[in-house]
Unconditional design. Structure first.
Length: 331
């Protein structure tokens, strides 16, 4: 019989210290979050009384509405989460706060045109289904954070697409790309600012002064994705979508007869609606309403499979059609 001694002291101490550091970070983060919750708990009723002249019963209703979701939904959501993988939903909750800053650097000085937010498809793929751009800030520290990252990387000249997740303690970097943003979002920037972002980049490289924004609006792209693997039988409603209020353009990358396959990535997007307006909310509503008028029909080819007890279906393939429309109308 052989007996092994205790693990090395240095290893045990290092692991224990690392665990304590992680705990301290978690404790500090939760403490800050709870302090913020308590401030909101006190400030919201105070604002209602001092600014809106709310009565006692109204303040009571306001406080109740802030906590009613826990008893109303907690049991049902908890039972649902017990039967699904939690990690994709936790990741999705963070990705729902994914934003980006678009702009360029000129001799170390950042020219930020505006910010984009996005909506995502359900887990596990989280495909971007809409993106809205506006000069209106999405977080007060986002521009300064982007400038600090560019300075730390020594990036002094050229365009950038800067993505970050908004957390309780501020923006956290996801990635930075030294290029113009793609997927048609550059068109949204042009429409919302009234200036071509590609021209701005060229002017920066040539040493010419940048053009000031000619507009202060917003623009949104809403996408339609592949309904199922198969062949495109019909694409309908494009003209109706183009004539919807607020719509600037409708772009479709497929036609009848094309074969499509779901990949679980942004390449699943077949069409997009580009809409403009005064705010992100207004443009997203216009784009989604127009996308709801577009219908894409696919014919699915079902392969012949071996059934139980060696029974087979009739020879040949079984055609089936599936149809998808854009996002539901938002009133």
């Amino acid at each position: 019989m052989s007996v092994q001694g205790p693990p090395a002291v240095g290893t045990d101490v290092t692991a224990r210290d690392a665990g304590r550091r992680d705990f301290r970070r978690m404790w500090a983060g939760q403490s800050i979050s709870l302090v913020g919750d308590q401030v909101s708990l006190f400030a919201l009723p105070s604002l209602a009384i001092l600014v809106l002249d709310a009565t006692g019963p109204q303040v009571g209703v306001l406080h109740a509405m802030a906590t009613i979701a826990f008893p109303a939904l907690g049991l049902f959501v908890g039972a649902f989460m017990d039967h699904v993988r939690c990690r994709p939903f936790m990741i999705g909750a963070d990705l729902l706060r994914l934003v980006s800053a678009e702009g360029m650097a000129v001799d170390g000085r950042l020219e930020i045109w505006g910010h984009t937010d996005r909506t995502l498809s359900p887990p596990p793929h989280y495909i971007e289904t809409s993106v809205a751009f506006s000069a209106e800030p999405l977080h007060p520290d986002l521009d300064d954070y982007a400038a600090a990252v560019c300075k730390a990387l020594g990036y002094r000249n050229g365009p950038f697409h800067f993505e970050a997740v908004l957390t309780d303690t501020g923006p956290v970097l996801v990635e930075i790309n030294t290029r113009l943003v793609g997927a048609g979002i550059h068109r949204a920037i042009d429409l919302a600012t009234g200036v071509s972002c590609a021209e701005q980049v060229l002017r920066g490289y040539l040493g010419l002064p940048l053009l000031p924004p000619r507009a202060r609006g917003a623009a949104c792209l809403a996408h339609l994705t592949i309904p199922s693997d198969g062949r495109i039988d019909a694409v309908e409603g494009i003209d109706a979508a183009r004539t919807s209020p607020g719509v600037h353009d409708v772009v479709c990358s497929v036609t009848t007869g094309d074969t499509v396959t779901i990949t679980g990535s942004n390449t699943d997007r077949l069409c997009y609606v580009l809409a403009t307006g005064e705010s992100r909310h207004e443009t997203r509503r216009a784009a989604r309403n127009a996308a709801g008028k577009i219908g894409i029909t696919t014919a699915v080819r079902l392969a012949v499979t071996r059934l139980r007890h060696e029974r087979r279906p009739p020879s040949g393939h079984l055609p089936r059609t599936q149809r998808v429309f854009g996002p539901p109308l938002i009133l």
